[in-house]
Ligand binder design. Structure first.
Ligand code: AMP
Length: 285
């Protein structure tokens, strides 16, 4: 019975995401979000929490949303869904949208809500077929409108807002490298920012690729200095208000990254009350 209702709510969520977008565009008399016809019932309780989590990662470009979302995804067995990856997959497919998307992404602008919701809905449909339960979203929502649409179709349990100083973000984006064969993410930047005026210093060692990947490294077309600065400007203008949206709903967990992965990962697990979880998993593995 529980399984049946889970399947039903998953299906409702996917179809209502696209429908919610359409109704927000077409019907100015749409019911308020809390009376949407389909509501996904969040699963609470620690024992069930892992594979059902509905979490969102917020944070500026280059902060490490993908890194930490994908680590949590492996730990909890929940899919990591990055809308930036969906956009890049669409670009690589040379489908009908790719030339339009390529210009937008190269300039560091946001893709339209319609396109992004379509890509996300398709990904969720594929996940349903796979039996996915929860999700960890990365890169969505990026505007208040996207947050409202998401709120109209599902309850988000938690929003993790990763933070780093802006000068670190720029260096991290410029140092980012991707292996075009295995898709691994690396970073050649060696960051050592001294403490200044009460702000703590920050040290992040490079995350170097294994030998096999070295000759296959590529840089994202939107990781140039000018485009990263534009992406940061857009984040501050359109996505920063999304932090406030979730702060007002008591769902925002602010997390100032203390350094690279070795220092940050255990502290993030602790903040999420998952430190025991990792210990149990490594023992079981
Ligand atoms: P990211 O990998 O998250 O930095 O995303 C790469 C690019 O994909 C962004 O600069 C946008 O052009 C596009 N994109 C990703 N997610 C969204 C979103 N939720 N809304 C609009 N555009 C997006």
């Amino acid at each position: 019975m529980a399984a049946v209702s889970r399947v039903a709510t998953r299906a409702s969520f996917v179809s209502s995401l696209a429908r919610r977008y359409l109704s927000s565009e077409l019907n100015s008399h749409a019911p308020p979000h809390n009376s949407a016809p389909f509501r996904v019932v969040p699963t609470r309780g620690k024992d069930q929490m892992n594979s059902h989590v509905r979490w969102v990662f917020l944070g500026c470009p280059g902060v490490g949303k993908g890194t930490y979302a994908s680590r949590l995804s492996s730990l909890l067995g929940v899919p990591h869904i990055a809308t930036g990856d969906l956009v890049r997959e669409e670009l690589a497919s040379s489908g009908p949208l790719s030339s339009q998307l390529s210009e937008i992404v190269k300039q560091g602008q946001l893709v339209s809500d319609e396109i992004i919701i379509n890509l996300l809905s398709k990904r969720l449909v594929a996940g349903e077929a796979n039996g996915d339960l929860g999700f960890i979203l990365d890169g969505f929502p990026r505007t208040i409108k996207q947050a409202e649409i998401l709120e109209g179709v599902t309850d988000i349990d938690l929003v993790i807002n990763l933070r780093l100083p802006e000068n670190v973000l720029l260096e991290k984006c410029l140092g980012r490298r991707i292996c075009n064969q295995c898709g691994g993410n690396f970073n050649v930047a060696s960051i050592d920012i001294k403490a200044d005026n009460g702000s703590p210093g920050i040290v992040m060692a490079p995350l170097l690729p294994p030998t096999d990947c070295i000759t296959k490294l590529i840089t994202r077309s939107d990781d140039t200095e000018a485009v990263v600065k534009e992406r940061l400007r857009i984040y501050n203008e359109l996505s920063r208000p999304v932090e406030e949206f979730y702060r007002n709903r008591g769902k925002l967990l602010e997390f100032n990254l203390p350094g690279g992965i070795p220092e940050s990962w255990p502290k993030l697990l602790h903040a999420l009350n998952l430190d025991d979880y990792e210990d149990k998993h490594s023992a079981a593995g």
